[in-house]
Design a protein around this ligand. Sequence first.
Ligand code: HEC
Length: 382
Amino acid sequence: MSSYSPDSDEPKSLTTAWIATILLIVVFVIGLLIFPPLYDAPKGEASSFVLFIGRFHPIFLHLPVGILSVLCLFELICSTRKGEQKFGEASLLMLILGAAGAVLAVFAGIMLSREGGYVGGNFSLHQTMGLLGTVGVLIALVVRLMGMARGSMELLNAYRAVYFVSFGIMGLGAHFGGNMSHGNKFLTEHAPAAVKGPMVAMEKWMLGFVEKPKAEKAEPQAETTSEVKPEPKAEVKPEVKTEPTAKGTTPPPSAPAPGGDEKLVFQHVILPVLTAKCNKCHSAEKAKGKLRMDTYEEAMKGGENGKNFVAGNLKESLSIERILLPDSDDDHMPPEGKEQLTPEETALLKWWVEQGASGTQKLNEAKFPAELQATVDGILKG
Ligand code: HEC
């Protein structure tokens, strides 16, 4: 205690802090130039290194969350001159580390978004507010350094204002990120009514700014599908092997297999849709809502609420119900911000449920609606 002299300005220690701050800002700006935040589907494939780093976003983000939360507490103490003298430098260190963590999380997040499929209101708000919050924290850092250098309480108070606002923006942005991975209801579902109402209302209000009006749905697509049916010619060299004795030359398994197409409707047409659009969250690794759809049995068994697909009954089939909910509904599947089903895929799932939700029906016994044939062919081709 005695060794601490509150009056001494120590420009030496601030120099390091300035250097760290400037470096951080430079890295941030250059990083954003190299990896600009995108709000649409990424163009082209990202390198696997980028995607690898991206997956660390959910880990890195805990750095700023933890450090900057504690800093809030410290800054309350620092708001008196005495507190600042005691804890100012510790706060500065936390601020620098928290800002660095935020920058790290932002870049990992941007890289993660290069996987594609990140669209929608939750994502827009998450990305925008995460960025704004980070910019705010960096500005706050500069103001704090200036305030400390000049010993100005006014500047330090201005810093705290900027900091708390930025922290708030970042926190809200983080919340929309949470909604992306856990669903819109995650935080509010069990909240007391008095909290839930305002929270849900505020979310809706904020999402309203970034969500496109849902008037025009992709209907024109449905028409184009029905006309493209020039069957890939199956009349390939009819003379080839009528006798199976020829040993080494078995026909390629990809051949159309005229007589015995053993492919199953569920396995080869329905399951690929579920795999692509649902099973990142509903499979053995991750069974959200206790629902798995990676096998026929699991898909039929359903999750928490059971009755996932009820043969012949669209209304009773929970998955169909939730797919058909408006995108903005909290229960809509796939959750907002995730890659959605195309109208054709939805129609296909409905068709399958309506005509019995069979797991054994063979492809060549199925009568797909004509307008879905092109979609089915597309799925079969992979
Ligand atoms: C990004 C993750 C994600 C994707 C993708 C996703 N879901 Fe979900 N799903 C969830 C979460 C989280 C829950 C649990 C919370 C809830 O009920 O909203 C859930 C719950 C459900 C439930 C309720 C299960 C029960 O018994 O309570 C159904 C049905 C469902 N999803 C169907 C689907 C279908 C069909 C698709 C694909 C078209 C899909 N989900 C895609 C995250 C996802």
